[in-house]
Ligand binder design. Sequence first.
Ligand code: NDP
Length: 254
Amino acid sequence: MSQRVAVVTGANRGIGVAIARELVARGLRVVGTSRSPDGKAAIEEAGAEHHLLDVTSDASVERLASDVGELDVLVNNAGTSMNGFDANVARETLDTNYFGALRVTERLLPALRDGGRIVMVSSMMGELSSVSPELRARFSSSTLTKAELALLLESFVTDVAAGTHAKRGWPSSCYRVSKVGMNALTRIYARELEGDPRRILVNAASPGWVRTRMGGAGAPRSPEEGARTPVWLALLPGGGPTGGFFHDERAISF
Ligand code: NDP
């Protein structure tokens, strides 16, 4: 059997570099991405190959896809948590955390081999309880499409710009909304891939609160601990769960 290939986005630091290092240790050929050439050293130090990637750029995603070719594992780890709360923050946060994961997955999905695994590095902040019951029903609808989900998330940006987001049931956190979207996307992909002969499993992981630039120095978990559930999902055996949300290798509710 040929060596399995994994792509890990945002692999130059934090949880991403820990995921890349562990997948290398498990025998995979890992392509770790960073937006800046400065990220190359950390990725190579983890034993992975480096590729530049800005998840907000179609051209950048296109270059990654044509250079990588076929793969077995995709870990959508790249993410941002910006300060402030306005329409620009909402747009940029969604563009990285939600549309970034969507852009990369859409482009790499055709190249995923039999038994492929997609892992969305999400967050407890993405729990559906973050939004109103009416929005919750829309996000968790079993017929929600990617096009409808994009419109729903774009309406958050419009509502923030108009100052009506609270009245319409949104939280005052762009990060939360981006991860609610990512979790909904996980369920949509799992549903879409149900009849796919490649038997691809798509799941979301909550890494817990982790000591990284995003999590801060006071977080209780190390990046290695944060990487554990994403790595477990990346290496799930055949017949494993799909469309689920996991924390400490256990299913949790959305
Ligand atoms: P870090 O801030 O340490 O790392 C974030 C990574 O994402 C960096 O590699 C960063 O690259 C990359 N990134 C940001 N924007 C882009 C972009 N446009 N294109 C490509 N890469 C990008 O955060 P963590 O390691 O803590 O976070 C990793 C994931 O875990 C995120 O999705 C986060 O939401 C999630 N998470 C983290 C928690 C925590 O407590 N730390 C808790 C729950 C979830 P660069 O170095 O260039 O900025």
